[in-house]
Design a protein around this ligand. Structure first.
Ligand code: 13P
Length: 247
């Protein structure tokens, strides 16, 4: 299965910055035979611009969130169908920053993933334990609860992606070790298979302080199908090192 390297730009980037970063990466992707599928997830107002720049380069574009409903009176929210219409093919749902900042529950994340599937988008469903949960030895319990609660029944290995992002490793520079990552990825593949869904080909991304210097070790871990990259995705050279580090 081809690896997926996704850049989550979060709430960063002016129009000029996005233009330059997307054009740089589109040129890199066209020039060489990339070792992975590449996805860029800018802020919503930049989606159309970035999708236009990436068209024809092989780079996919995705949003960072969508609403649970297809349309309606939801001021400030974003419809999955519109994201698709702008030329995007993915949407991140249930990122820990949204779970924390907007109180998103597993049920809400699941409804968002369902809305994404209805729109023909591939949801990237994020799960991950906090530092406190890890300290209490609750990692596998939290992951099981989030996967069971956040992943739609209609999800298959072909139409959805799961991202394991330990909250304690996001933006902290603390990278999880192979011993932290491999068991959780194996657990997620197992949970997905057990649920009766078609789990074959499921991509499970790892996210949390991935950078060019640690990507090869992380991407070689059992069950890891790619990376969801925050900070390092804003630097085209470092991001491209991660793409090049895929086994
Ligand atoms: P960092 O790579 O900045 O730790 O962020 C990870 C992340 O949250 C990607 O979604």
């Amino acid at each position: 299965m081809e690896y997926l390297i996704a850049g989550n730009w979060k709430m960063n980037g002016s129009v000029a910055f996005a233009q330059e970063l997307a054009a740089n990466l589109a040129a890199k992707n066209k020039a060489g035979a990339p070792r992975a599928a590449v996805l860029l997830c800018p802020q919503a107002p930049l989606l159309s611009l970035v999708a236009g720049i990436c068209a024809g380069s092989g780079i996919a574009v995705g949003a960072q969130d969508c609403h649970t409903a297809d349309k309606g009176a939801h001021t400030g929210d974003i419809a999955a169908g519109l994201i698709a219409e702008l030329g995007c093919s993915y949407v991140i749902v249930g990122h820990s920053e949204r779970r924390a900042d907007h109180g998103e529950t597993d049920a809400a994340v699941r409804a968002k993933a369902e809305a994404a599937l209805r729109a023909g988008l591939t949801p990237i469903i994020c799960v991950g334990e906090t530092d406190a949960e890890r300290e209490k030895g609750q990692t596998s319990e939290v992951i099981a609860r989030q996967v069971k609660g956040s992943v739609p029944q209609a999800a298959t290995g072909g139409n959805c992606v799961i991202a394991y992002e330990p909250v304690w490793a996001i933006g902290t520079g603390k990278t999880a070790t192979v011993a932290d990552i491999a068991p959780v990825h194996t657990q997620i593949h197992g949970l997905f298979g057990e649920s009766g869904r078609i789990g074959a080909g499921l991509r499970v991304l790892y996210g949390g302080s991935v950078k060019g210097s640690n990507a090869a070790t992380i991407l070689a871990c059992a069950g890891v199908g790619g990376a969801l990259v925050g900070g390092a995705s804003l630097d085209p050279e470092d991001f491209w090192k991660i793409v090049g580090a895929c086994p």
